[in-house]
Design a binder for this molecule. Sequence first.
Ligand SMILES: Cc1cc2nc3c(=O)[nH]c(=O)nc-3n(C[C@H](O)[C@H](O)[C@H](O)COP(=O)(O)O)c2cc1C
Length: 141
Amino acid sequence: MSKTAIVYASTHHGNTKKVVDAIAKEFEGDLIDATATTEKDLSEYELIGFASGIYAAQFHQQVKNFAQANLPQNKKIFFIMTSAMNKDFSKSMAESIKGKNAVIVGEFTCPGFNTYGLFKLVGGLQKGNPTEEEIKRAVDF
Ligand SMILES: Cc1cc2nc3c(=O)[nH]c(=O)nc-3n(C[C@H](O)[C@H](O)[C@H](O)COP(=O)(O)O)c2cc1C
């Protein structure tokens, strides 16, 4: 079986961590917390995922830094994101993977509980998300 790594950052409510933990439980693969690890040789991995909560429409800065510093040439990669708006924010990774000839094989997005700023006053957005169903959807992905 091909070796997979998922590089992630999940600093708000652990929403993204829930998703990547569920995936790692089902499949062989290594999780790398980009907020704890900044350097790693990824050459042995055939497939590399970048997973992040979305902060101000961006992947976490440390996921971006990690990709820029450590993504080898010619890898298959995928993106996983959780956000309040549940949109595809993967373009925010473009600069970090520039010149690495990566082939993007998939993108997964799901809603994530958000209590940032004013949203805190209304009990947060997307409460209860990601749900079991969304986590299952991530594993299927
Ligand atoms: C500082 C901050 C900025 C955020 N900016 C956005 C945003 O621009 N768009 C969006 O859809 N969600 C935004 N969110 C919501 C988060 O993306 C969402 O809660 C996500 O699931 C957090 O993932 P995590 O718990 O894995 O860190 C923001 C949250 C925080 C704390």
